[in-house]
Design a protein around this ligand. Structure first.
Ligand code: ARG
Length: 648
């Protein structure tokens, strides 16, 4: 409300007696909404064309020379023979305005340029006042159940992401799911949704019986406490090896029996021994006990799970990620799966085939194939558990939307899942679910070749980043806590590399490239942010009284005359629109493309908009511009899950 009053006041000074606002626009929060509404109003008055037809035709341009907004006159759907003529006519009729220049006409296009002074005067105070909510406040309505009636509350979304498997390596697919999922959760949060961040652990199946048997043989309490994830993995590798050896022995013995002419009883005894007491059999029995809910068996397994989660939490915290719900395959109740099996049977979705239960999805699409939902021995499968889990989640959260952030290798799995739910008549669930997929990471080998877990990956990148930092001795000496900074920069390096391309594209894990301060990298963005922080620190060190000033009111924005300032302000003004586009694209690259463009405009301005040596009024105006730029950079970086540094 404060911002709206300020806006009305500023517009009045410019000679506009009311805030232009087309339906469903948020001019107090989104400068582009303000300008689009204003142009719409003037053009409608001049031409008689309805405003609701004009508004959506005003499009952001790709190149600055086409203006801030462009309109293709064909899109106005008027019956005119000569469209170029029509464009000229409209351009001529467009009146003088305090906010925009008269449009330039290019063939059938009208280009509108915002007037730099009013733009600067309107946008910068707006950003400074809105602070961390700049951009997001223009998107809040999207998460409302009923935008016309906020008291109806917000829509709920479950974002399921990361979902690693206990006692198995945290591979590139989990890394990408973590990064992209974290971003999507922030995005929906920023758009006003009620977000449940969920981690669906791979924590169930016979392999957890194998793990328990292995722990008996090779486990160490001490190691388990120290490094649960790594230790359980080591145990799993050892016991799997033993199981494989046993299988070899059985195979050899069987061949031996086939060849042997005389007495084979010794070999038979060997086979019997392994089949009765070997790892595989023990693990099977153990898993049966887990399934039956036997306390001791479940207790050990639960301990592994709890310790792993505790450790995961610490690592996720380094990435600014916190979960609301650690679910997992183990958490899917038998009753839910039975309920689903019942529905599938009744609706004729499933059928018996060679003792197993399958769903033939080829009748919907060849590509979907046939899916097994129950094995011969009656045990559940990954897919079955996902069906039961979806229902459980609906009962627990009553979600309006659910996103699964999983590698494109599982496209078929999720397509089968959604199709089965639909066929079962669970449309309330299937229609709300979406698979957000992504491509592979190529060549993810690190120097030591040992990085199997998220922690190892982050440690190696931090080390590399530390080396890069050391190469500039002078700067390095000034950094307070270089190890911590290297860690933060390393994480940014990994995350930005992951998010800067379209999700579906594969990319190559390139440590040198991602850790560079040049080019479109995480460290480059961090540097841009740190530099802006340092500018402010220096100004305040020289003029301590400035610290407490409210720049949004004291700065004289008319002093920002340089074209570099205008270019930068235009970029800053477009952030709310970029955010809206991101919600549509669900692509982190939408944000990163913007951020790189914006920070290039920023670095191009330093030489022309110096602070040191400027007289006080100019200094204040430029500081206001840089403060606003830092705010936008910070808002966008946080949305991506980056932790903007103040020094580096
Ligand atoms: N744990 C699985 C894996 O590592 C990913 C789980 C994806 N989510 C799901 N609901 N199926 O492959």
């Amino acid at each position: 409300a404060v911002i709206m009053e300020d806006l009305a006041g500023s517009l009045q000074k410019l000679g506009l007696d009311k805030v232009p606002a087309e339906p469903n626009t948020y001019p107090a929060h989104n400068p582009f909404d303000l300008f689009r509404s204003h142009i719409t109003e003037l053009l409608s008055q001049a031409s008689g064309i309805e405003r609701k037809i004009i508004y959506p035709t005003l499009q952001k341009t790709i190149k600055a020379e086409f203006g801030d907004l462009q309109l293709a006159v064909q899109a106005l759907r008027q019956k005119r023979k000569d469209m170029a003529e029509f464009a000229k006519e409209l351009g001529g009729k467009f009146p003088e305005s305090p906010l925009v220049e008269k449009p330039t006409v290019n063939g059938t296009f009208l280009s509108f340029f915002y007037k730099p002074q009013p733009l600067t005067k309107l946008v910068l105070p707006n950003i400074l006042k809105a602070g961390p909510s700049y951009g997001f406040s223009a998107a809040q309505h999207l998460g409302l159940k009923d935008p016309a009636d906020p008291s109806q509350g917000r829509k709920k979304i479950i974002v399921e992401f990361s979902s690693p498997n206990i006692a198995k390596p945290f591979h590139a697919g989990h890394l990408r799911s973590t990064i992209i999922g974290g971003f999507l959760a922030n995005l929906y949060d920023g758009a006003g949704w009620d977000v449940v961040r969920m981690n669906y652990l791979g924590d169930w199946g016979k392999q957890y019986g194998v793990l328990a048997v292995g722990f008996d043989l090779y486990g160490s309490e001490e190691e388990l406490i120290k490094n649960p994830i790594g230790h359980l993995y080591d145990v799993y590798v050892k016991i799997s090896k033993k199981a494989a050896e046993e299988a070899d022995v059985v195979k050899a013995a069987k061949e031996g029996i086939a060849k042997a002419e005389g007495d084979a009883s010794e070999l038979e005894a060997k086979i019997k021994e392994i089949e009765e007491k070997g790892v595989d059999q023990q693990a099977r029995q153990y898993f049966v006990k887990m399934c039956e809910g036997e306390e001791k068996a479940l207790g050990i397994w639960k301990r592994f799970r709890d310790l792993s989660i505790e450790k995961y939490k610490k690592t996720y915290a380094r990435l600014n990620i916190h979960y609301d719900d650690y679910s997992g395959e183990s958490q899917v109740k038998d009753e839910k799966m039975d309920e689903a099996a019942q529905v599938m049977k009744e609706k004729g979705v499933s059928e018996e085939s060679e003792g197993a239960t399958i769903v033939d999805l080829t009748k919907y699409s060849k590509k979907l194939g046939k899916a097994i939902v129950k094995k011969k021995d009656g045990t559940s499968l990954y897919l079955t558990r996902d069906i039961g889990e979806a229902k459980q989640r609906m009962e627990k959260y009553n979600f309006d939307k659910m996103i699964y952030v999983v590698a494109s290798q599982q496209d078929l799995h999720l397509a089968q899942l959604f199709k089965i739910e639909e066929a079962m008549g669970w449309k309330d669930i299937s229609s709300k679910c979406q698979h957000i997929n992504f491509g592979m990471v190529l060549g993810m080998s690190t120097r030591k070749g040992t990085a199997k877990f998220l922690d190892d990956i982050l440690a190696e990148v931090a080390e590399k980043m530390h080396d890069v930092m050391k190469s500039n001795e002078n700067k390095y000496a000034q950094i307070e806590d270089p190890v911590k900074t290297a860690d933060t920069l390393g994480i940014s390096a990994v995350m930005v590399q992951d998010m800067k391309g379209k999700r579906i594209n594969n990319y190559t894990f390139d440590m040198d490239r991602m850790c560079s301060f040049e080019g479109d990298t995480g460290p480059y963005l961090q540097y841009a942010h740190a530099r802006l922080c340092s500018i402010r620190r220096k100004v305040i060190a020289a003029h301590p009284d400035i610290e407490s000033l409210d720049l949004s009111t004291v700065a004289d924005f008319t002093l920002l005359k340089e074209p570099q300032a205008t270019v930068l302000v235009r970029e800053l003004a477009s952030w709310p629109d970029v955010l809206l586009n991101t919600i549509r694209s669900q692509e982190p690259s939408t944000v990163l493309t913007y951020l790189f463009k914006m920070s290039h405009a920023l670095s191009a301005s330093y030489d022309h908009l110096q602070i040191v040596g400027s007289e006080r009024e100019v200094l204040l105006a430029r500081l206001a511009l840089y403060t606003a730029a830092r705010q936008v950079l910070n808002n966008a970086m946080r949305l991506l899950g980056l932790n903007p540094v103040e020094r580096m």
